[in-house]
Design a protein around this ligand. Structure first.
Ligand SMILES: [Zn+2]
Length: 717
C-alpha cells in the first residue's frame, strides 16, 4: 500500500535525472519534459494545454476538448482512445522528452512563468543575500558553460582526495555518513530512491505525530531500483551491459586508471546492495516500517558499519532514536561495508560522487550521464535546452522563493475561493458516503468522520515561506551551489528533529503541477499550478470541473481512509483504527481491483502490477465516485445542459479520461510499470468501468470490451 498519496500524477523516476538534487527531485525530472510555445499562464486556452501544436488550436474553449477525442472509437470498447484518441494520434513526443501529457504541458506553462520570474530576478541585480540574487547566481552559474568547462574536475577535487585517503573501515563509515542527505520522502512524494548508502526523511513521528522524527531508508544504487540489477529479462540484461560500459566511461572521463576493472567491482557491489534491498511493494507496507531503533541498537541489529563514525559524519551524532523503514536492507548493507574490500567502496564513493553531480561538471561527463540515464533508461533523444534546465534547477533549489512570486502573480483570490468551495463540497460528499457505507463498523465510521473533520486543506500556496538566508549561494559556482544546497537542506531537516510539527506545512511548491495527501499531518495540498485549465477552469461547466480537478481532489481525500489512511488516525498517529471485518471487506475489494489492473498488458508479457498500484487505483476509484456525487449535487436536481452534444454525465467522464492523455517512450513506460505506485495513465482512465453511471452515460452493454457485470464492478467508498 502506498504512501499517501501524492498525486494526481507524479513523475516516474524514469523521467527524472535523479542526480544530486534532493527536494527538487520531481523538478529535476522536468529535465525530460516537453516545451510548448510561450503562453500566458492566466489565460491558458485549454487546447494549448492539451495539444501538441498550439499554433493550430482554436481560441479558448471552456469544457471538454472535443478536438482531442476519437468519435470512431466505441466508448465501451476503449474509453481512453475515445476521449483522447485524436490527441494521441496528432501528438509527437519531442526528442528531448521521455513522455508528454496534460500534466507536463502544464509543467511547461508553469516553467514559462517561473522563467519570467527568474529572468527578472537575474536582471534586477538584487542585493547580495536576497532570494532574487540567489536565483540569479544559480541560474547564471549553470548557464556559464565555458567556466564549468575550464574548471574541469577541480570542484570535486577535495572530495575525491578525501575518498582516496580512506584507510580503514572507520574512515569509510565516516565518509559514507557524510553522503547522507535529506533526499527521500516516504509518505508524501513517494521518493524512494537515493544513490547514497541510506536516505533520510524527517517527518512527524509514527507514534508522536506532534514532533519530527528521523526516518532511515535503504539506498546505494544508481539505477532506479533493485529490479534493474536482479531481473532476469533480456531487456534488463541489455540495460546492464550498457550500464557496465557507462560506469567505465565515467571512470575514464574522470581520469581514473583501470576504468573497466573499477566499473566491474562497483557494479558487483551494487548488485549485492540490490540483493540486500527490499522491493517497492514492501517499502509501501507501513507496518513493516514501524521500527524504532535506539542509537545503541544499530551495532547489534546492523553490524558491519561503524555507526558511531557514520552518524558523526552525517551530523547526527547526538540523535538517540531513529525510525528504520527498511531494517533488513540496513542490516544487509551494513554487513557489506565489512565484507567488501575497502578499495571497492572507495571506487563506489568516487563513482557515485561523479555520477550524481555530473550535470554540473564538464560536458563530457554531463553528456555521458545523459546518454545512459535519459537516453537508455527513458528513451529521451536529446537534452533539453540549457536555459530550460537552468530554470528547472533554480526551481528545485529555491522552490519557495520562486513560488512566492508565482502565487502572487498567477493565482487569483477568486480561483482560491472557488477551489476551496469545490473541496468543501467533496468533503461533504465523503461525509454522506461514509454515513451510508454498509460495510463500515460504527467505531470505524466515527473515526473516519473525525479524520474528515480535522483534515487540513491547503489551496494554492503555503501560509509560511521557506527562509533561505542560511543557504550559501555563490556567483560562478555551478557545482558548489548544488553541493551546498544538499548540505543546507540536510541541516535544515536535522534541525527540525524533536521540534513541534507544523500541520500546515507543504511538501510541494505552488508552481508544481501535482497534489498531495500528507497522512502524518492529515492534510491535503493543491498547488496553484494544478488549479488551471484543463484541470480547473472557473468558466467551464461543473460537470467538467468535477470530472477533471474534482476527481483529483476526491482521489486525495480518499487516501485519508485507504489502506494507508487506515494506518493513521485523526491525530496522524500510526494506529490502525479499522475493525477486522472492515479490513477484510476492504482487502477483498482491493484484490478484485488489483486483478483488474493485473490484466492490463502494455507490452506482450509485461503486465501492470496491481499489488504495486492498488492504493492509487483505489484512490482513483474514490475520486470518480465522490466527484460524480458532488457534481450531481451541484446541479440542484436539474439536468446539466448539453454541450457539444454531450450530456453532463458524458462530459464528466470524458473530462476525467482527458486528465490522463499521455504518451510515453517505451523505455519510460517499462520503467513506470516496474517502479511507479501509479498505473500507466491509459489504464487509470479506465477506472470508469466500475461506475454504474458511466454505463448509463455511454450505453455500455455486455459484449463491449470494457464491460463489467454489475457484480464485478468494484465499489469501495
Ligand atoms: Zn494518490
Amino acid at each position: 500500500m502506498i504512501p499517501a498519496a501524492q498525486d494526481a500524477f507524479h513523475h516516474s523516476p524514469a523521467n527524472c535525472d535523479p542526480g544530486a538534487i534532493h527536494r527538487g527531485f520531481r523538478l529535476a525530472s522536468a529535465l525530460a519534459t516537453t516545451v510548448f510555445s510561450a503562453v500566458c499562464c492566466l489565460a491558458l486556452p485549454r487546447l494549448v494545454a492539451q495539444g501538441a501544436s498550439p499554433a493550430a488550436s482554436p481560441a479558448a474553449t471552456h469544457g471538454i476538448s472535443v478536438a482531442n477525442m476519437d468519435p470512431l472509437v466505441k466508448p465501451g470498447d476503449d474509453f481512453y482512445h475515445y476521449a483522447d484518441g485524436a490527441w494521441i494520434s496528432r501528438t509527437e513526443i519531442p526528442p528531448d522528452r521521455s513522455n508528454v501529457s496534460v500534466f507536463n504541458a502544464l509543467d511547461d506553462l508553469s516553467r514559462k512563468c517561473t522563467d519570467a520570474i527568474i529572468e527578472e530576478a537575474a536582471k534586477a541585480s538584487a542585493p547580495a543575500g536576497s532570494d532574487e540574487r540567489k536565483m540569479a547566481d544559480i541560474y547564471n552559474a549553470f548557464m556559464d558553460e565555458p567556466a564549468i568547462e575550464s574548471r574541469g574536475l577541480s570542484p570535486v577535487k577535495d572530495q575525491l582526495a578525501t575518498i582516496a585517503a580512506i584507510q580503514d573501515r572507520r574512515q569509510l563509515s565516516s565518509a559514507l555518513g557524510k553522503t547522507l542527505r535529506a533526499d527521500v520522502d516516504l509518505l508524501n512524494n513517494s521518493t524512494y530512491h537515493t544513490s547514497n548508502l541510506f536516505g533520510l526523511w524527517v517527518a512527524p513521528g509514527f507514534h508522536d505525530s506532534g514532533h519530527y522524527m528521523p526516518y532511515l531508508l535503504q539506498g546505494g544504487l544508481e539505477m532506479p531500483n533493485r529490479d534493474y540489477y536482479l531481473a532476469d529479462s533480456e531487456h534488463m540484461k541489455e540495460i546492464r551491459a550498457k550500464y557496465a560500459a557507462h560506469v567505465a566511461a565515467m571512470f575514464r572521463l574522470a581520469g581514473f586508471s583501470d576504468a573497466e576493472a573499477r566499473a566491474g567491482r562497483v557494479i558487483a557491489l551494487e548488485h549485492s546492495i540490490a540483493e540486500a534491498q527490499v522491493s517497492i511493494a514492501e517499502i509501501e507496507i507501513i507496518e513493516k516500517a514501524d521500527n524504532l531503533w535506539k542509537r545503541y541498537d544499530f551495532a547489534a541489529k546492523a553490524p558491519g558499519l561503524d555507526w558511531g563514525a557514520y552518524f558523526q559524519g552525517a551530523g547526527l551524532a547526538s540523535q538517540q532514536e531513529f525510525m528504520v523503514w527498511t531494517p533488513t536492507a540496513l542490516a544487509g548493507e551494513a554487513a557489506l561495508v565489512a565484507s567488501t574490500p575497502l578499495e571497492t567502496w572507495k571506487d563506489w564513493l568516487a563513482y557515485h560522487l561523479i555520477e550524481d553531480y555530473a550535470s554540473f561538471l564538464p560536458k563530457a561527463l554531463a553528456d555521458e550521464r545523459f546518454g545512459f540515464f535519459q537516453k537508455t533508461l527513458s528513451g529521451v533523444q536529446q537534452q533539453r535546452p540549457r536555459a530550460d534546465r537552468a530554470v528547472i534547477l533554480v526551481n528545485a533549489l529555491l522552490g519557495d522563493a520562486v513560488g512566492k512570486v508565482y502565487a502572487q502573480k498567477y493565482f487569483s483570490p477568486q480561483a482560491k475561493a472557488q477551489a476551496e468551495a469545490m473541496v468543501a463540497n467533496l468533503i461533504a460528499v465523503y461525509h454522506k458516503r461514509l454515513a451510508a457505507l454498509p460495510w463500515l463498523a460504527d467505531s470505524t465510521r466515527s473515526e473516519a468522520q473525525a479524520k474528515l473533520d480535522s483534515l487540513i486543506v491547503n489551496i494554492g500556496y503555503p501560509e509560511k515561506w521557506e527562509d533561505y538566508s542560511a543557504y550559501d549561494v555563490r556567483a560562478g559556482d555551478a557545482f558548489g551551489n548544488v553541493w551546498r544546497y544538499g548540505l543546507w537542506y540536510l541541516h535544515h531537516e536535522v534541525a527540525r528533529i524533536g521540534k513541534t510539527v507544523d500541520r500546515h506545512e507543504w511538501c510541494m511548491d505552488p508552481q508544481t503541477v501535482n497534489a498531495v495527501n500528507m497522512p502524518l499531518h492529515n492534510s491535503l495540498s493543491f498547488p496553484a499550478a494544478i488549479l488551471q485549465p484543463p484541470f480547473f477552469d472557473p468558466d467551464a461547466p461543473a460537470a467538467v470541473n468535477y470530472g477533471a480537478i474534482g476527481t483529483i481532489m476526491g482521489h486525495e481525500i480518499s487516501h485519508t481512509f485507504d489502506k494507508e489512511g487506515s494506518a493513521f488516525d485523526s491525530k496522524g498517529r500510526l494506529r490502525n483504527w479499522w475493525t477486522q471485518s472492515d479490513s477484510d471487506h476492504f482487502n477483498q475489494a482491493s484484490e478484485r481491483l488489483a486483478k483488474q489492473f493485473d490484466a492490463y498488458e502494455p507490452f506482450p508479457g509485461v503486465h501492470v502490477n496491481g499489488e504495486q498500484t492498488i492504493d492509487e487505483d483505489i484512490a482513483d476509484l474514490g475520486g470518480v465516485a465522490s466527484a460524480y456525487d458532488a457534481y450531481r449535487a451541484s446541479l440542484g436536481g436539474r439536468e446539466a445542459p448539453l454541450q457539444d452534444g454531450f450530456t453532463g454525465d458524458q462530459q464528466f467522464f470524458i473530462a476525467f479520461a482527458q486528465n490522463y492523455a499521455s504518451k510515453m517512450r517505451e523505455a519510460t513506460l517499462r520503467n513506470q510499470v516496474l517502479t511507479d505506485p501509479h498505473a500507466p495513465a491509459q489504464y487509470r482512465a479506465l477506472t470508469v468501468r466500475n461506475s454504474d453511471a458511466w454505463y448509463n452515460a455511454f450505453n455500455v452493454q455486455p459484449g463491449d470490451k470494457l464491460y463489467l457485470a454489475p457484480a464485478d464492478r468494484v465499489k469501495i467508498w
